[in-house]
Design a protein around this ligand. Structure first.
Ligand SMILES: [Zn+2]
Ligand SMILES: [Zn+2]
Length: 275
């Protein structure tokens, strides 16, 4: 593995986060009826846009605090900002319910639901990592509603986010894209850029690392890290592959390609103050 290249603090941070346990019912997703599903599938509408999941309010605030403590342990310079966020969180039960109900709704600025002003960057960081395990769970329970072999789109069928990795599958090298947020994997065309309509893309390899390729697009300058499962034993753990390949991101950025950040649907990640 390349964990020797990946900063240890990053590996430790994600190890701790991935150990957070989620009760079975912490996120509930009731898929809409078959008509709505086939409409959504045909028109390539992410599931999150046609149906909101439900998250238990108390559970969410406990999770938020646990994630905050993990952040403070690994990134002590964020302690002050995290504590400010903790004391700005709503306390009344109805305000808390409103807050949680809005976490998965596009277009709501959660900063406006806090009691005080806080650092929007630190708040975005905390929310992203608190929402992450719920999104992973959502990915598991919601994704089967769609036929992922038929999705063939450059964005995630569950959350609409952009892929952080692609995968050339073991058997015959079929290509899949992977969402780093909800950890869903869906089929995509073998060639072509997931970010723009360019049907062509090139790739380069890194010496000594046969299983990785970096595909890049001359049209939009986007890149995507790719794992060639045919060049490895067993199957890839994409969550860890994503983290263990930060050196490939650095390489691609140095070559002048852009790391197109996922367009997260989460209102929490809006960092432009109030609107
Ligand atoms: Zn997703
Ligand atoms: Zn492109």
């Amino acid at each position: 593995m390349n964990s020797n290249i990946t900063p240890q603090v990053l590996v430790d941070f994600y190890s701790k986060l991935s150990q957070l346990s989620l009760p079975e019912e912490s996120i509930i997703f009731a898929p809409p009826g078959p008509q709505m599903i086939s409409y959504g599938q045909e028109n390539k509408i992410p599931l999150l846009n046609i149906c909101s999941p439900q998250v238990d309010t108390n559970f969410f605030f406990i999770l938020l605090e646990k994630v905050g403590e993990i952040i403070i342990t690994h990134y002590p310079y964020l302690e002050k900002e995290c504590r400010q966020i903790f004391s700005a969180l709503p306390t009344d039960i109805s305000d808390r319910e409103l807050f949680v109900a809005n976490v998965f709704k596009p277009g709501v600025n959660l900063l406006t639901l806090l009691k005080n002003d806080v650092s929007p960057e630190a708040f975005g960081f905390l929310m992203t990592h608190a929402v992450k395990p719920l999104m992973r769970q959502l990915g598991k329970i919601a994704a089967p509603a769609y036929d992922l072999e038929e999705w063939m789109k450059g964005s995630c069928p569950v959350c609409g986010g952009r892929p952080s990795l692609s995968l050339l599958e073991k058997e015959v090298g079929k290509r899949y894209l992977y969402c780093g947020l909800c950890e869903v994997k869906w089929r995509f065309q073998r060639l072509g850029c997931p970010y723009c309509a360019n049907p062509e893309s090139q790739f380069f390899r890194v010496e000594g690392e046969e299983k990785y390729r970096i595909y890049y697009c001359e049209n939009c300058s986007g890149y995507i890290k790719t794992i060639d499962e045919r060049k490895m034993e067993g199957t890839a753990d994409l969550f860890w592959e994503d983290i263990n390949t930060v050196h490939l991101d650095i390489l691609a950025l140095r070559e002048g390609y852009i790391n197109i950040q996922p367009e997260l649907p989460l209102s929490a990640l809006k960092q432009n103050g109030t609107d």
